[in-house]
Design a protein around this ligand. Structure first.
Ligand SMILES: NC(=O)c1ccc[n+]([C@@H]2O[C@H](COP(=O)([O-])OP(=O)(O)OC[C@H]3O[C@@H](n4cnc5c(N)ncnc54)[C@H](OP(=O)(O)O)[C@@H]3O)[C@@H](O)[C@H]2O)c1
Length: 323
């Protein structure tokens, strides 16, 4: 496992971190299997874990707390998120700061997450939705300095809406956030345009999330893929999206060298960018975790393959189904 500096916080985090949404919200999750994968990840050198109160209303946070307590000799970095008060994802331009993150709500959920985790400190607290217009008010910061002083949190971050990498630039440029979390993968390369350079200038850490475009860039989906009722992927991979995605994934598969997998290639693509501090695949199954760790060990992609993959950039704009 290779490690990278987490922006101005200076933490050395595993470049392959762990995304913990699926294990507390997607169909087919099994706590025993998820905990075994989490422990295996620690044994293989992962030390950065991304969860949220919203992932099973604290369930994912509780799993992470168990993991941290079971590994007292390891420095494991805990990142969680405060849900917006209106419980709406993604945020929309008309939502106000008071709708989403009034100070008393922020305080309530910092404490709720600490309770779920069963820990005394959260390394990184993130706003689970974000509108850059909110930067004009200092209300969202109210209380956070006090939490820092009390040692309840160390760093503050924002999670940027899908396909809106511009919608966090001001937060970065003001220097008020320590980390941003944005979708970045073979399809979604737009953070390279403005967000990553701004992060570099301000020494803000970058968490590259959804490295497989919700599983598509592992090459396992077909135009017939469906999930059990209630699984949110049915509402993201609507036919319009699924069909177009599968066609594009097939085109990428054609350039993936024999002997490597699309999943590994997708992760190595992300890790090629030095602006990325950590990428956080969701991986409930040990075999997926073990396969993904090899992406860090495999190192940089062949330059010719990398330039081929860059051509698969897919700029999309938010839709009714994109969430
Ligand atoms: N607004 C936000 O802040 C926000 C939104 C979305 C996601 N996130 C964060 O980003 C993380 C990652 O995104 P995600 O989990 O939504 O999607 P993702 O990482 O793009 O894809 C996860 C899917 O890929 C599968 N997978 C992983 N490794 C694989 C491999 N080597 N081969 C085949 N399949 C593999 C997983 O299967 P198994 O799980 O069955 O192993 C799971 O179905 C989340 O867990 C969460 O922490 C944050």
């Amino acid at each position: 496992m290779k490690y990278r500096r987490f922006g101005r916080m200076g933490w050395m985090v595993s470049e392959l971190g762990y995304g913990m949404w699926g294990m507390a919200g997607w169909s087919g999750s099994d706590d025993a299997e998820s905990l075994a994968s989490l422990q295996r990840s620690v044994d293989l050198g992962c030390n950065f874990f991304d969860t949220a109160w919203a992932y099973g209303e604290g369930h994912s946070e509780k799993l992470l707390g168990k993991l941290v307590r079971a590994n007292p000799s390891k420095r494991l970095y805990v990142a969680t998120k405060i849900p917006p008060k209106n419980m709406q994802w993604p945020s929309r331009r008309e939502y106000t700061l008071d709708d989403c993150f009034p100070p008393e709500h922020v305080a309530e959920y910092v404490h709720a997450s600490l309770r779920n985790l069963g820990l005394e400190q959260i390394d990184l607290i993130q706003f689970h939705t974000w509108e850059d217009a909110w930067i004009q008010s200092d209300k969202w910061l109210k209380g956070l300095d006090e939490f820092r002083r009390q040692g309840l949190i160390q760093a503050v971050g924002i999670s940027i809406n899908r396909w809106e990498s511009w919608n966090g630039l001001q937060a970065v440029r003001t220097g008020l956030v320590d980390a941003v979390q944005a979708i970045y993968n073979i399809f979604d390369q737009s953070p390279e345009d403005e967000l990553f350079p701004a992060c570099k200038e301000k020494d803000v850490a970058v968490i590259a999330r959804v490295p497989f475009d919700e599983g598509a860039l592992t090459g396992t989906l077909t135009k017939g893929s469906r999930w059990p009722v209630g699984d949110w992927r049915n509402s993201y991979f609507v036919p319009e999206n699924l069909n177009a995605t599968v066609d594009r994934v097939e085109a990428i598969k054609a350039v993936v060298p024999v002997g490597t997998t699309l999943a590994e290639t997708a992760l190595r693509f992300i890790l090629m960018n030095p602006a990325v501090s950590v990428t956080i695949p969701g991986m409930r199954k040990i075999r997926n975790l073990e396969a993904n760790v090899t992406a860090s060990e495999a190192g940089p992609l062949d330059p010719e393959l990398y330039s081929q993959l860059r051509k698969h950039r897919w700029d999309r704009t938010p839709t009714a189904w994109s969430q």
